[in-house]
Design a protein around this ligand. Sequence first.
Ligand code: NAD
Ligand code: ZN
Ligand code: ZN
Length: 382
Amino acid sequence: MSTEGKPITSLAAVAYEAGKPLTVEEIIVDPPKAHEVRIRIKKTAVCHTDAYTLSGADPEGAFPSILGHEGAGVVESVGEDVTSVKPGDHVVALYTAECGKCKFCKSGKTNLCGSVRATQGKGVMPDGTSRFKNKKGETLLHFMGCSTFSEYTVVADVSVVAIDPKAPLESACLLGCGVTTGYGAAVKSANVQKGDTVAIFGAGTVGLSVAQGAQARGASKIILVDINDAKKKYMHEFGATDFVNPTKDLQNGQTIVEKLIEMTDGGLDFTFDCTGNVKVMRDALEACHKGWGVSVVIGVAASGQEISTRPFQLVTGRVWKGSAFGGIKGRSEMGGLIKDYREGSLKVDEFITNRRAFKEINDAFEDLHAGDSLRTVLDYTN
Ligand SMILES: NC(=O)c1ccc[n+]([C@@H]2O[C@H](COP(=O)([O-])OP(=O)(O)OC[C@H]3O[C@@H](n4cnc5c(N)ncnc54)[C@H](O)[C@@H]3O)[C@@H](O)[C@H]2O)c1
Ligand SMILES: [Zn+2]
Ligand SMILES: [Zn+2]
């Protein structure tokens, strides 16, 4: 029996309150309106940004909501005027939309898109309403335009891309955020070149993806900096050449900035913050080579946090910049990443360290903070 045009009962994990575990329950998902797409999510993973919003540190975090933004599935139905995807298509949800028509999209200078930004930030669809409610009839908000922690979700048609159905959905879902964010930051936002030296603070999925992007470009030195020694085992797999744990590997009062400058004869060509810690962001900038070093902020800092450095650092040629979703335009560039993955030049499967049934989602949040785990992929079908 077709579900098209009807509300669907869906398994979901509801974030009712900051700092509390998610509640796994059945919710009601309304059909898609014009320019909207209802997706049956098959696989979703937990990114650090979900944990950050759930913790209450996100100024835009609103509750109750359906979190999740690394997800892939199959289109169940589409609303009026949707031409880019059709029922049955395999898709990845995109938290960075691409409309192709707004000032941002037309600029050719950024992957940010203004089309759904205002409503996405408020947790509603572009018409200002939500498609989710719980069984008591209470409205549940959307998150990052994706809400992949519901088996059925509704997204704007500019926030979804069809992919090659031969790509496994459990891998495709990681291209919805972590892998694409890090890889794109290296090859697009920073545009690392052959022979460059690179330091990456934070060896999670994002940081290790920066490493593989830098390796793809032929960087001569790729230094991972992480306070968790358990991450060291991944260095060679993703192309890093060195690993420094600032809590253990610094001697005689040396700072991490001094250590990195010493290791690279004056500083790095590129550094990346993949921690969200504003002190680390400062170290990353100051470890850059005088005259040309570029530091890219990827990590999401807690509400109210600010970055600082002496202006002289910039006057003497260091550049501070940021990157969202790796500078990648989701609808026009996802196909290329999927192709790279299928041809073996982009590692994705290697980031899947844990697999769980969707109902174990709260354990997946614990995995993110534990030992050597990178990504836990959740499966709705068991
Ligand atoms: N800009 C974007 O588009 C975007 C997209 C995805 C994620 N993010 C952000 O990127 C960051 C990384 O995400 P992730 O999913 O890889 O997270 P993760 O939790 O898997 O990895 C973070 C790593 O940083 C390390 N770390 C923490 N504090 C450190 C410190 N002081 N010095 C060195 N290392 C430290 C941790 O040990 C961990 O290995 C998060 O802040 C996340 O919110 C940004
Ligand atoms: Zn993310
Ligand atoms: Zn746009």
